[in-house]
Design a binder for this molecule. Structure first.
Ligand code: F6P
Length: 374
């Protein structure tokens, strides 16, 4: 029951039939965020006449500080192909969620207050790993939460695929394709450094699609001698160039032995802007070969979503709307073996989906001669 305003002096009560949904995008952006929100909203409006959508600005920050705007179905029209997020986003680290802000504000309580003040039926959260930890926290605190898996890293546990990933694979592959022609002309060693945070999905897929000769992943620590031998083997076979696809989180066998703290300290003190520069230096020292580095960086998260991501995000969006209507809360809409599946947030939060070094895809890549430096 919701208290209605006094109309013509008569104060009435009525059963609330309006569906009130809060929505936010959090963490790094990626392609198809808008397409996913469109999928949710279009489905809700198809099935329910009375829906109010409250869009929180800049992720959890909007929920904490009550920055939102009431959106109409029109706001979600024409955004299927639009990159970025119409709501804006920000990174709000999970580990700081329980830490009061600079004015002493309790962020978790503030988020709950915004939710209750707006009388929301459900909060729809689109995000990656950190975002899912906070979504789970809010769910444990009693809010109705449904989430959608977004990230170019494809590292969210419980779903085979995240939207944004395939679009980023396209961009990173394009970068390797472009390097190919120059590498062939100059006979040099080239490194293309690919995003992906602590996992190598993006590098593995772009590397294979782009025909990289060596692929270095966080999941398979590399030995620099094996890497240089692979380069020399190509030389001896009369190949004029070598292309390495290196994940930003790639790690050497020696560094993999360090504790997390020791490794962080090494990175902090390192003279190299990223792992690729260290690898390039080592290749030069061991082979005398010129190495050029290309870092496509945030271009990998930009531009329009590829058709695969448009379809995936629309499917997941429609599924999330279905979960809301069925009151199937506290879950993420995931995709497993091609089928949409609601996955409990408690299972998703705090787990990383990494590449299994013994998986068939790695064996198949090795079978065609790709070196992983191991
Ligand atoms: O999680 C997506 C991602 O692009 C990672 O691949 C990368 O490590 C990180 O975000 C970059 O974050 P930021 O945009 O905050 O620099």
């Amino acid at each position: 029951m919701r208290e209605l305003p006094v109309i013509l002096g008569i104060k009435r009560k009525e059963v609330v039939s309006m569906l009130r949904i809060g929505m936010l995008t959090s963490g790094g952006d990626c392609q198809a965020l808008n397409a996913a929100m469109r999928g949710v909203v279009k489905t809700l409006f198809e099935k329910e006449q009375k829906v109010e959508i409250y869009g929180f600005e800049e992720g959890y920050r909007g929920l904490i500080y009550g920055n939102y705007r009431l959106l109409t179905s029109q706001d979600f029209s024409g955004i299927l192909t639009k990159g970025g997020t119409i709501l804006g986003t920000s990174r709000q680290p999970f580990k700081l969620m329980r830490v009061p802000d600079e004015d002493g504000l309790n962020k978790v309580e503030a988020m709950k207050q915004t939710y209750y003040k707006l009388n929301l039926n459900c909060l729809v959260v689109l995000g990656g790993n950190g975002t899912h930890k906070t979504a789970n926290l809010l769910s444990e605190e009693g809010l109705n939460v449904v989430t959608l898996p977004k990230t170019i890293d494809n590292d969210i546990w419980g779903t085979d695929m995240t939207f944004g990933f395939q679009s980023a694979v396209d961009i990173a592959t394009d970068a390797i394709d472009c390097i190919h022609t120059t590498a062939a002309s100059h006979g040099r060693v080239f490194i293309v450094e690919v995003m992906g945070h602590k996992v190598g999905w993006l590098t593995l897929h772009a590397g294979m699609a782009g025909g990289a000769d060596i692929i270095l992943l966080p999941e398979i620590p590399y030995d620099i001698d094996v890497v240089t031998k692979a380069i020399e083997r190509r030389d001896n076979a009369g190949k004029r160039f070598t292309i390495l696809a290196v994940a930003e989180g790639a790690i050497s066998k020696e560094d993999a032995k360090l504790s997390k703290k020791e490794y962080k300290e090494k990175i902090r003190k390192s003279k190299y802007p990223s792992v690729s520069y260290e690898i390039a230096d080592k290749i030069l020292a061991k082979t005398g070969k010129e190495v050029r580095i290309t870092v496509p960086g945030h271009t990998q998260r930009g531009g329009t979503p590829c058709p695969y991501d448009r379809v995936l995000s629309t499917r997941l969006g429609a599924a999330a709307a279905g979960m809301i209507l069925e009151k199937n809360y506290g879950k993420m809409a995931g995709i497993v073996n091609g089928k949409i599946k609601p996955i409990p947030l408690s299972e998703v939060a705090g787990r990383l989906k990494m590449i299994d070094p013994d998986s068939p895809v790695i064996q198949e890549a090795k079978a065609v001669g790709i070196s992983f430096g191991d």
